[in-house]
Ligand binder design. Structure first.
Ligand code: SF4
Length: 186
C-alpha cells in the first residue's frame, strides 16, 4: 500500500454549495469524526492533494476553475462529488444558470449523495476513493494509466429550460422589453 493511500491529502472546493455540505466536510475533519486520525489531511494546495472533494452544483464560470485545480493535481488522483448538488445539480438542477453536477466539468470517480451529505457517507466515499487511488497508482507504475478525458465544455446558453434554450429565452425577453419601451415612448 502506498503512502498516498495510507495518508491521503484532500483538496476541498466549494463550487456553489449552500455551505450545508461544506460544514459536513469540515465535521468529518474535526474531532467528532476526526478522519485525521487515519492520516487524512486537508490541504489548500492542489499539487499536494490525492483526493479532490467538491461540493455544490456547477455553473459555467466555475468550469475553468474546477478544471484548473484538477489539472494541477498530480496523477494518480480521485474526484469525489460531495452531496446531491455536486452529484447531479440537486435542487438547483433546473436553474437557468446551473449546468449540473461536477461531472459536467471533470470526470468523477465517486458520488456521495445526500442533502446535506453526511460525514459517514463522506468517510465511505473516501474509503472507496482510496481503493480507486490504489488501482490508478498500480496502473501508473505499469505506465498504463490513461489520462481521463475532460467532458465537452458545456454552455449555459444551450441549456434547455421548459423546452427552449436559455439563449432563446433571453433574446425573447430582450425583444419584449424593447417593444414595451418603444410603446411607452409613443
Ligand atoms: S446537497 Fe443540500 S446541503 Fe449540499 S450544497 Fe446542495 S442544497 Fe446544500
Amino acid at each position: 500500500m502506498s503512502a498516498s493511500v495510507k495518508s491521503p491529502w484532500v483538496l476541498h472546493y466549494d463550487a456553489s454549495s449552500c455551505n450545508g455540505c461544506d460544514i459536513e466536510v469540515l465535521a468529518a475533519l474535526t474531532p467528532l469524526y476526526d478522519v485525521e486520525r487515519f492520516g487524512i489531511i486537508n490541504t489548500g494546495n492542489p499539487k499536494h492533494a490525492d483526493l479532490f472533494l467538491i461540493t455544490g452544483s456547477v455553473n459555467e464560470r466555475q468550469v475553468p476553475i474546477i478544471r484548473q485545480l484538477y489539472e494541477q493535481m498530480l496523477e494518480p488522483k480521485v474526484v469525489i462529488a460531495c452531496g446531491i448538488c455536486a452529484c447531479t445539480g440537486g435542487v438547483f438542477k433546473e436553474c437557468y444558470n446551473t449546468l449540473g453536477g461536477v461531472d459536467v466539468a471533470i470526470p468523477v470517480d465517486v458520488y456521495a449523495p445526500g442533502c446535506a451529505v453526511r460525514p459517514e457517507t463522506l468517510i465511505d466515499a473516501v474509503v472507496e476513493g482510496l481503493g480507486i487511488l490504489e488501482e490508478k497508482r498500480l496502473l501508473l507504475a505499469a505506465k498504463s494509466l490513461k489520462p481521463a478525458e475532460l467532458p465537452a465544455r458545456p454552455s449555459a446558453a444551450d441549456k434547455l429550460v421548459q423546452g427552449e434554450t436559455v439563449a432563446a429565452a433571453w433574446q425573447k425577453a430582450i425583444a419584449n422589453a424593447l417593444q414595451t419601451a418603444g410603446q411607452e415612448e409613443q
